[in-house]
Design a protein around this ligand. Structure first.
Ligand code: UDP
Length: 391
């Protein structure tokens, strides 16, 4: 990932403009720095084309390596004792004879309903099984501090043993905004709406601007927000309120901005994604605008992230890249419009073809079939579980 431009401190002017000689030195330096990073971007883009030019996969099969990798630590099998120790870390589920049962108490009822939906759609294809699902944003089993336990979480970094599952919010229980008071969900409906928007907001109609809107769930977003305040001609990036908002400190010392619906993200060519508390649900939506997605930081994963290839389907940046690096990437994308459009089209095609609702269900199915092979005991129903089977 290009990262050679990080020499100017944050919030400092990019160049001194006090003397005309300095001015010309400065613009020559900037020009040289721009050319260097631009060459680096071109190399990364060409290398990705070379590496992934023949890359092809279909639907949930694009993510099979993730299942293999997540289940590998459990290759010795999962016994009853391990499951008992896992239960306090989440909500217990049993699928038995084509019916779905779970613990009655669920801290986030709509998140549980989101998962209930997926388990119900695949229940006939799953052998009897038992699993523990974590509904918090944060994964549970840190490799350095915990013994190996099979807990399912929607997102994690390499530091965790958690087994990734497709988030509840593909159906229900995503973050509630004033725009989406019931919470963002129904990926199938957003999928249709965003694809329609991408047909209206074709590449040449989009603004040559970077765009990000969201709350300050992670300070890793600050560089782009600050760049936007100094260079609104390059990027529109703003902080909104979330439920934890108390004062303008929570929106980096400016009043919160008005929320912008996901469909309106399609008006911009360069859409930024950042982690939030864990991975942000925003990532998948951005691709369907047919804009180029810039993903900042590669630490936080969801099950489908690794199917997408850097500089081929999206543009990667490092989480600690400076404002100057954001600026140089945006200038590059504006300059190299065809490259930007090519990557935007490939990112769109990948998500459009391989992350349909059916692919998400198929991933759940394959994950549970493979997981169940590792169980060393026959699951038994307890009285404290409720039947959440739907037709
Ligand atoms: N979001 C949106 N419009 C806004 C603000 C947020 O559509 O004006 C969406 C955003 O894309 C994400 C969700 O709301 O999917 C939550 O965003 P936020 O930044 O609050 O938290 P995150 O989950 O990204 O940490």
């Amino acid at each position: 990932m290009p990262s050679s431009m990080g020499s100017v401190a944050e919030n400092e002017p990019m160049c001194s403009t006090s003397q005309s000689t300095m001015e010309s030195d400065c613009s020559a330096n900037l020009h040289q720095a721009y050319t260097e990073s631009s060459n680096e971007y071109i190399r990364a883009y060409l290398k990705a084309k070379n590496d992934y030019g023949n890359y092809s996969c279909s639907g949930y099969k694009c993510y099979l390596d993730v299942i293999k990798q997540d289940l590998k630590p459990f290759s010795q099998g999962i016994d009853k004792k391990m499951i008992e120790l896992t239960i306090p870390k989440g909500v217990k589920y049993i699928i038995m004879d084509g019916r779905v049962y779970r613990e009655k108490d669920c801290l986030f009822p709509s998140r549980c309903e989101g998962v209930d939906y997926f388990l119900n759609s695949i229940k006939e294809h799953i052998p009897n099984t038992q699993l523990v699902i974590n509904f918090h944003d944060w994964p549970q089993v840190n490799k350095h501090f915990n013994q190996l336990l099979p807990v399912f979480s929607f997102s994690k970094t390499d530091e965790f043993f958690d087994i990734m599952y497709p988030a509840w919010s593909f159906w229900k229980g995503g973050p509630a905004l004033s725009l989406y008071p019931k919470g963002i969900g129904r990926w199938d409906e957003f999928y249709e709406k965003l694809v329609q928007k991408s047909k209206i907001w074709t590449w040449n109609k989009k603004k040559n601007l970077g765009f990000f809107i969201g709350s300050r769930t992670s300070s890793e977003r600050d560089h782009l927000i600050l760049l936007s305040r100094g260079h609104p001609e390059l990027v529109e990036a703003k902080y909104t309120k979330n439920q934890a908002w108390k004062s303008i400190k929570d929106t980096l010392n400016e009043p919160p901005s008005k929320e912008v619906p996901l469909e309106e993200h399609c008006h911009y060519k360069y859409l930024f994604n950042f982690r939030g508390v864990a991975a942000s649900f925003r990532f998948k939506f951005l691709f369907l605008c047919k804009s180029v997605v810039v993903n900042v930081g590669n630490e936080w994963d969801e099950f489908f992230y690794r199917g997408l290839k850097p500089w081929y389907h999206y543009i990667p940046m490092n989480k600690d890249d400076s404002q100057e690096q954001y600026k140089s990437l945006l200038l590059f994308l504006i300059q190299e419009d065809e490259i930007a459009q090519e990557i935007a089209n490939r990112g769109f095609d990948f998500i459009f073809n391989n992350l349909k609702m059916q692919d998400v269900k198929d991933y759940w199915k394959e994950l549970l079939v493979q997981y169940t092979k590792l169980l060393k005991f026959k699951p038994k129903l307890d009285k404290d579980l409720v039947d959440v089977t739907t037709p």
